[in-house]
Design a protein around this ligand. Sequence first.
Ligand SMILES: Nc1nc2c(c(=O)[nH]1)N[C@H]1C(S)=C(S)[C@@H](COP(=O)(O)OP(=O)(O)OC[C@H]3O[C@@H](n4cnc5c(=O)[nH]c(N)nc54)[C@H](O)[C@@H]3O)O[C@H]1N2
Ligand SMILES: Nc1nc2c(c(=O)[nH]1)N[C@H]1C(S)=C(S)[C@@H](COP(=O)(O)OP(=O)(O)OC[C@H]3O[C@@H](n4cnc5c(=O)[nH]c(N)nc54)[C@H](O)[C@@H]3O)O[C@H]1N2
Ligand SMILES: [Mo]
Length: 765
Amino acid sequence: MRKQARPDTPPDLKPLKLKKKKIMAAGIPAVTSSMKHGIQQMGIKRSVKTLTMVNQKAGFDCPGCAWPDPEHRTQFEFCENGAKAVADEAMKARVTPEFFAQHSVDELAEKSDMWLNKQGRLTHPMFLKRGASHYTPLSWDEALSHIAAKINSLDDPDRSVFYTSGRTSNEAAFLYQAMVRSIGTNNLPDCSNMCHESSGKGLGSTIGIGKGTVHLDDFNHADVILVIGQNPGTNHPRMLTALRDAKLKGSTIIHINPLPEAGLERFKHPQDYMKLNFSTTKLADYHLPVRIGGDAALLKGFIKVHSQHGGLDTEFIQNHTEGFESMLEKANSSDWEVLVRDSGIEQDLIVEVGKLLSKSKATIACWAMGLTQQPNGVSVIQEVVNLLLMGGHVGRPGAGFCPVRGHSNVQGDRTVGIWEAPPLSFIEKMEAGLQIPIPRDHGYDVVHAIHAMRKGEVDVFFCMGGNFISATPDTHATAEGLRNIGLTVQVSTKLNRSHLVTGDEAIILPCLGRTELDVQSSGEQFVTVENSMGVVHKSRGGLQPASDLLKSEPWIIANLAHHLFDDSPLEWLKLTSDYDLIRDLMERSLNGFDDYNERVRHENGFLLPNPPRDSRTFATPTGKAQFTTHDLPDVSIDDDRYVMMTIRSHDQYNTTIYDVHDRYRGISGNRRIVLMNALDMVERGWKNRQHVSISSHFDGEVRSSGGWLVVAYDIPRQNVATYFPEANSLVPLNSTAKISNTPTSKWIEVTLESEPFAAKGDEEE
Ligand SMILES: Nc1nc2c(c(=O)[nH]1)N[C@H]1C(S)=C(S)[C@@H](COP(=O)(O)OP(=O)(O)OC[C@H]3O[C@@H](n4cnc5c(=O)[nH]c(N)nc54)[C@H](O)[C@@H]3O)O[C@H]1N2
Ligand SMILES: Nc1nc2c(c(=O)[nH]1)N[C@H]1C(S)=C(S)[C@@H](COP(=O)(O)OP(=O)(O)OC[C@H]3O[C@@H](n4cnc5c(=O)[nH]c(N)nc54)[C@H](O)[C@@H]3O)O[C@H]1N2
Ligand SMILES: [Mo]
């Protein structure tokens, strides 16, 4: 009999090694690291073949991130971490039925996340029967009939929930939402709910579109580039090339982050080594080590200085915006003392940078999880909007908003319908295209889905990719919810914890990845994706699939739909025989996809319409861009508490852990570490490697986790950092951002207690 599988990862414990933090990103270590991972996982021949297809016009879109590709590409359009993501998918190891016969679910749950991922690619559909200790193989037909029967037996379609992670292609995502809406629900939570939802909400209501407004080329024309709450050296390394080019053309780069992230200090393009150019480029001109959650105060400070030093685009403000006066009045009424205290940045520095912003002819603001995963995620992004609108920095060269997306197609998934709360106009167009009635009631987002699971209101939970148990907050609470479900289904490429923490019954459906050939009855197919800047383009894999039994995501959906519906206006099986047919249907059901099949075949794909960028028009109720007025958030905490942010190391892709290193931060061997200010450590009488337990506090509830080691780091006082997903059990389920409902993974109030010292052999260099 199976017990309850462990929902959090056991640690991979090697001696903790601490080195000096790196200043320079990329360079030779990045080249060797990409090659090492490639060769270890794929062998030399396959590494060369695979890596030279990444981001090429005839190749596949890198699954690493959503940063756009330049129009003129070199042979090496990938970065160290993209190479790792590719090697991780194209690896030679396999997880077969024999593997599952050897290892029970309980046994696998005692292995670390890193170990699970290293076992290789999933090869067969697998079934975990009620009460069974092991997964056993089943055929595709058996798997899909079982899932369809279960969904069809529900008396209320809203008792089924369909999650999506952001690697899913446009075609698969579109078919998937069509299937889900044909079932009769809008329960389409996705990873975006935990990611850039605050950006979507913050931008949507102010500029009329929940997306960024810049092109890649704008980076070549910007006077000032703000990089806020983002670690591009690790998470979007190709962005450093754009920043370097901008810098060489004279841009000033301002890095706003509690941590001095390596990539923004110095950058050495790995390709330059091939050209024997050994120079490096200093990227950030200013690093503002804001306190966690202090951006709202900092931005208000900038707004104040900007208004006093000119640079206002009065013509734009008058003709294209609303709400300027009250926004400005609010900013001007905030006290410098409070702004300095809350941001942690000296007034002189805020004034200096504020003046620079007021002089800038073209400003770009980039941001990522440091802003979105805050309790005030939406309003702080709207302060960024306020700051840029003042100078008219939207819809002109070198200026605009640049929320830097995470998953490589998370933006496309939302565009094509992975949206639990779509507006009526979207539903109506979709209804007309698909010829199916679509429910109007909004569905569950991620956090609402977990609440529903916990209340026993979910019978079927289907995941198109991702790793729900490890990505979501409050790991133990989420596990309790998942265990309440009748059937959980995972469409996956790699083994992860979500295959182990399941409902009564569980099914794994193994699918093709980006790197692999996708052949359907009409021949070889390509899929399309949308990058962070609204460019839709092709992606075509070239490797032989990891197993003959793998199916593409569109095939899986179409065949499940075929089992689900006796009578449907959509010819599901025909649609998946030739993805051009899916794209034709998309053209009819979505705005902006005219001549889809033709335009997506252009070398560089095509740009989706973006009214603020294209014509300075704003699809808000009044047709004007909105300045918004916000109180400062309360960022005070008790003296004995710290604010914890949960961040990514250099050797992981979200919940996929490649190794226990964080090279740029100089930490390796252990991921259960707490980065802490040295003065805060001295105050507690602690040294490096002090063993501590962490307790988070929210709404009178306490969550605790032991076995952490403290490491002194350059981080503001009373701020600490831990890695995601190890620290997710400490993120309270109800601690979410206002309006976007995004878990506040970067704002968790904690206390730290010393634990008896145990480890030996940890080294310092
Ligand atoms: N190699 C690799 N690439 C990835 C991913 C990966 O895991 N690995 N994940 C992908 C995904 S899905 C995403 S969403 C992106 C994530 O990309 P990032 O957003 O860069 O990822 P995080 O590690 O969460 O880093 C957030 C940054 O915000 C800072 N920060 C935290 N709190 C605050 C704050 O209050 N204010 C400010 N100003 N800064 C703050 C942290 O110090 C950190 O530098 O990367 C994508 N690309
Ligand atoms: N504490 C904390 N929690 C966070 C965050 C944080 O910063 N802190 N970040 C949040 C963010 S920004 C995000 S985006 C989420 C990420 O949440 P998810 O997207 O759910 O998680 P991933 O780790 O990206 O998913 C990895 C799994 O996807 C599967 N996979 C990979 N490629 C494919 C494919 O092509 N098709 C299919 N079907 N499956 C595939 C593999 O089986 C792999 O194990 O996590 C969120 N959680
Ligand atoms: Mo993300």
